[in-house]
Design a binder for this molecule. Structure first.
Ligand code: ATP
Ligand code: FE
Length: 419
């Protein structure tokens, strides 16, 4: 099966062609960063007009580059498009194009939830460690093997607009364990990068977050502001609240910048201190995510959900500190034992008493999976892939579907789509 995917939910115009045996035939992305950067954030009207200008060429290029067979565009079996959530007018550009193409070519249309696509990207790009140990080069897509990770898995979706810890039960079915009560992590990172006036890295993907990560590497003392950057939503009455919050840490960083500026003879914050603050802020945000992931894993264990992997996705998922710290958390979890409550464990060990230690179930930590960085930020490859996953489950949409700018992921599978 071959899918064309179209993504226009935010500020990137993207099209891609992907096969059900996990080959990316083409991917084209026209970024609009240069338009929005000087404005200090994404301007919906500018994004809408840029999508209108760019999408025809982007789709044309994706089709040309895919090396389709002699039937050309007719070789495409399904048309997948981001239906929501996102900026309404921007979504409309992609959805109208996809509907028209699908109707004209008489192909099935699949309206994709953008966050489901972020969550399922890992199943396009990851090898099953049971059959293939080589995880490092996850860019190389194995052909014909079963999608991995298998359901259910946990997903930490950290992006410009979302901060979600989810259980992915199956295609079309997700439960939110935690979401943010205020800013998304991406918003907080971008604002802090601006406050710190971190040099923009031209040509480097990932935007302000990538620049902040690079800048923080130069820190000599990441703990300099430790006591002024408390980890949000920490332990309360011996219980973790399953919520994220990034507005507090963002404001704390802003306060530190302002205070340092006001006490500096030059009126500017010292470069060394800026780097320490960038690193301290990043560590604080990551520690916050780690605490909730740990709690989420424990909650799943209590519910008897056998979680063997955790997928980190969304743009902030490119962050190396985040990846390694989450790995540390997950390494402590024995996913095989997730179902085993203590008494069962005692029974098991009593049964094997006297036998050799080799019969013990080997420790198997929860595996952390990070899709390749360029597939963590917005792209149409994930939309095409999700279209294929949905189509294979018989999930097809009529040609008259509308955009869904606000669409909670938990509503997938209910048949209700808020318009
Ligand atoms: P959503 O998917 O919620 O609609 P979005 O699509 O705009 O939002 P993404 O493209 O997934 O968001 O992610 C963009 C965010 O990722 C930005 O806030 C950017 O600063 C951040 N980001 C990118 N690279 C890194 C990095 N290396 N470290 C931290 N943050 C990063
Ligand atoms: Fe996104």
């Amino acid at each position: 099966l071959i899918a064309l995917g179209i993504e226009t939910s935010c500020d990137d115009t993207c099209a891609a062609i992907v096969t059900s045996d996990r080959q990316i035939l083409s991917e084209v992305l026209r970024t609009q960063h240069h338009l929005h950067e000087p404005m200090g954030g994404i301007v919906p009207k500018l994004a809408h007009h840029a999508h209108m200008r760019n999408l025809p060429e982007v789709v044309k290029e994706a089709i040309q580059k895919a090396g389709l067979g002699e039937r050309g565009i007719q070789e495409i079996d399904i048309i997948a498009v981001t239906r929501g959530p996102g900026l309404a007018h921007c979504l409309g550009v992609g959805l109208n194009a996809a509907k028209t193409l699908a109707a004209a070519l008489n192909k099935p249309l699949i309206g994709v939830h953008h966050m489901e696509a972020h969550a399922l990207t890992a199943r396009l790009t990851t090898r099953d460690p049971a059959t293939d140990q080589d995880q490092a080069s996850s860019d190389i897509v194995p052909i014909g093997s079963d999608p991995y990770p298998s359901f259910p898995f946990l997903t930490l979706l950290v992006s410009g607009g979302h901060t979600l810890l989810l259980v992915a039960h199956s295609v079309d079915r997700y439960t939110t364990l935690a979401t943010t009560v205020d800013d998304s992590i991406g918003e907080a990172i971008d604002k802090t990068a601006r406050e710190l006036d971190i040099p923009w890295l031209p040509g480097r993907a990932g935007g302000p977050g990538a620049s902040l990560e690079e800048f923080a590497k130069g820190s000599q003392d990441p703990t300099r502001y430790l006591d002024r950057l408390p980890i949000p939503m920490s332990l309360r009455n011996n219980k973790w609240e399953m919520k994220f919050s990034f507005a507090g840490v963002k404001s704390a960083a802003t306060r530190i910048v302002n205070q340092e500026k006001s006490t500096s003879p030059t009126g500017e914050m010292d470069e060394e201190k800026k780097k320490d603050l960038a690193a301290g802020f990043q560590n604080c945000a990551v520690a916050h995510l780690c605490q909730k992931v740990e709690q989420g894993l424990m909650d799943c264990r209590k519910q008897g959900l056998e979680i063997s992997s955790l997928v980190i996705s969304g743009g902030v998922g490119r962050n190396a500190t985040l990846r390694s710290k989450i790995e540390e958390v997950c390494n402590q979890f024995d996913s095989r034992a997730m179902k085993a409550s203590k008494p069962a464990g005692r029974r098991a060990s009593a049964a094997t008493e006297g036998t050799s230690a080799a019969t013990e179930v080997p420790r198997q930590p929860v595996q952390v999976i990070c899709p390749p960085p360029k597939l963590c930020t917005d792209n149409a490859v994930m939309i095409a892939w999700t279209g294929l996953e949905r189509y294979q489950q018989g999930l097809v949409d009529p040609y008259d579907i509308d955009i869904a700018p606000k669409w909670p992921l938990d509503m997938l599978g209910t048949g209700v789509v808020p318009e």
